[in-house]
Design a protein around this ligand. Structure first.
Ligand SMILES: [Zn+2]
Length: 515
């Protein structure tokens, strides 16, 4: 279904800059591996994000590789990489995105007094020079350059005028105003955007952008107010994830502009019917659950519990519902697969879910599907999705599960026997006790690896309804200074728990370069 909006005559286009893979990935515990990043980027392209900020390449070689693959593979959106206003950062960022169809360099440098003095230990005139030099340097590679004076909402406005004018003269084509700490309130922020437009020579030729954080719960409201006052690009993330309280939520901004087009005369090029799928994918891969009452994509956004409301909805949906679930692809056909479904039906369902797997991956998923369909009569799209996500995040595992047995009961000491296969195909078995069977199993794994892994959070969910539902476990684990999310699913919750722990362990070992 094509749900692109028919825009009213005279309405202006708003560009959606998605930073789920950069700012979103800075959410504690949300680290994505290489395959997961590329998968999210593919889905963002299907969604119709105008610009994808693929990452901050200087942060690690793994990040550079992921950004490079996204730049090479993803066609359509502009692919952007973040860099500090330093030549070394810009070199690495450019190297990662240079093969993109439409590459953009995004340079940032603190601009508020507290950032300049406390963090950068520099005078305003030095910051201005550094910003101008960085933009000039970036211009050697591309003319698509975005400049962000970090912490702009707490900066001196006179200084911003001077700085922005200078970086535009140096060649910046997009000026982004970040509310880095989520300090702004809508009316004040809108007025600031308007004053910038009025007072900065040359800004009318650049694209004006905003980047709002949600510390006061105002990120979406601030973004909308900025649009009304002249911003034409908004930086936002799927499900509103991001540093601290998160960033403005992409789906909330786009749907607000769409549903209230009688008020906002702006449109986006988003494929609205991909919103729900994108939200689910990001939530699953990052391990950050969408709150049930979250606007637009929350589980309860389209459910009605009050009798009066239910009655109204049945008579006319619009009595109590302003967004049709169909708009965001929330009620797409839920076709069940069974043990009798062939490869073709599974492939078809995978395509509908938005996964593009190669033959080898398809074969692996199909085999998992067959064994799941044996245990469970009906395999829902969510089950299939869970299988693919398990597989996607399990690239080159250091440890694989070979055998698991646990004992528990009201009168026995919980114990577990675990046998793991290492990458070199050697087999190690351990026995441990614990406060419950899952704790015992985790203790046995720790004995095998000899690592001191911390378990920060454990969550279990039924993927679908019914007694034979697939259980999906997410664990937040820490090792040294890193936190990571592991995920596993099975019809047996102890097995799902062990798979999640191993998934996280393999990610931790990969990130730490121990493997
Ligand atoms: Zn940010």
């Amino acid at each position: 279904m094509n749900t692109k909006v028919e825009q009213a005559v005279g309405s202006e286009r708003i560009y959606l800059f998605d930073s789920t893979l950069r700012d979103g990935e800075q959410t504690p515990g949300a680290r994505l591996n290489y395959d997961e990043k590329v998968e999210v980027a593919r889905q963002l392209a299907r969604l119709g994000a105008d610009i994808i900020e693929a990452g901050f390449p200087v942060s690690s070689p793994g990040e550079t590789n992921a950004v490079r693959s996204i730049a090479r593979e993803i066609k359509g959106p502009t692919i952007c990489a973040l860099a500090r206003a330093l030549q070394g950062d810009i070199d690495i960022a450019w190297d990662a995105i240079k093969d993109a169809e439409k590459p953009r360099l995004h340079v940032f440098l603190g601009a508020s007094d507290i950032h300049m003095k406390a963090k950068l230990k520099k005078e305003p005139h030095q910051i201005l020079e550094q910003g101008v030099e960085a933009v000039k340097y970036a211009r050697r590679f591309t003319d698509n350059i975005e400049y962000s004076p970090e912490d702009a909402t707490r900066a001196s406005e006179e200084f911003l005028y001077e700085l922005i004018e200078a970086v535009i003269k140096a060649g910046a084509s997009v000026i982004n105003i970040p509310d880095t700490v989520g300090y702004a309130v809508p009316e004040e922020f809108g007025a600031m955007i308007r004053r910038l437009k009025e007072n900065v020579p040359g800004l009318d030729k650049a694209m004006l952008s905003v980047h709002c954080h949600n510390d006061l719960g105002l990120a979406v409201a601030n973004s909308l107010e900025a649009i009304k006052n002249g911003a034409r690009q908004v930086e936002c993330n799927i499900n509103g994830i991001g540093e601290r309280a998160g960033n403005a939520s992409l789906e909330e901004i786009a749907v607000a502009l769409r549903i209230r087009q009688n008020y906002f005369s702006y449109y986006t090029n988003l494929n609205f019917s991909e919103i729900y799928r994108t939200s689910r994918l990001v939530s699953k891969l990052t391990g950050i659950a969408v709150p049930s009452s979250k606007a637009v994509v929350g589980l309860n956004a389209f459910s009605h519990s009050s009798g009066i409301h239910q009655d109204g909805i049945l008579k006319n949906r619009e009595t109590y519902e302003i967004i049709d679930a169909d708009l965001i692809g929330g009620s797409a056909a839920q076709m069940c697969l069974t043990a009798r479904s062939g490869r073709h039906a599974v492939l078809d369902q995978l395509n509908k879910l938005g996964f593009s797997l190669n033959n080898q991956q398809l074969e692996i998923i199909y085999n998992h599907f067959v064994s799941l369909a044996d245990k469970k009569k009906e395999v829902y799209p969510e089950d299939l999705e869970a299988l693919v996500l398990d597989h996607l995040s399990a690239t080159e595992p250091r440890y694989r599960l070979d055998y698991l047995q646990t004992v528990s009961g009201s009168k026995s000491v919980p114990a577990a026997v675990i046998r793991l296969i290492k990458q070199d195909e050697s087999i190690i078995e351990e026995v441990a006790v614990g406060s419950g069977p899952i704790d015992a199993a985790y203790n046995a794994i720790n004995k095998i690896t000899g690592l001191n892994i911390g378990l920060e959070k454990y969550m279990i969910n039924a993927v679908t309804q019914g007694r034979d539902a697939l259980g999906e476990v997410q664990v937040n684990m820490s090792y040294q200074d890193r936190t990571i999310t592991g995920r596993g699913s099975s019809t047996d919750i102890i097995e799902a728990s062990v798979k999640a722990y191993l998934n996280g362990l393999n990610k931790l070992l990969k990130v730490n370069g121990n493997s």
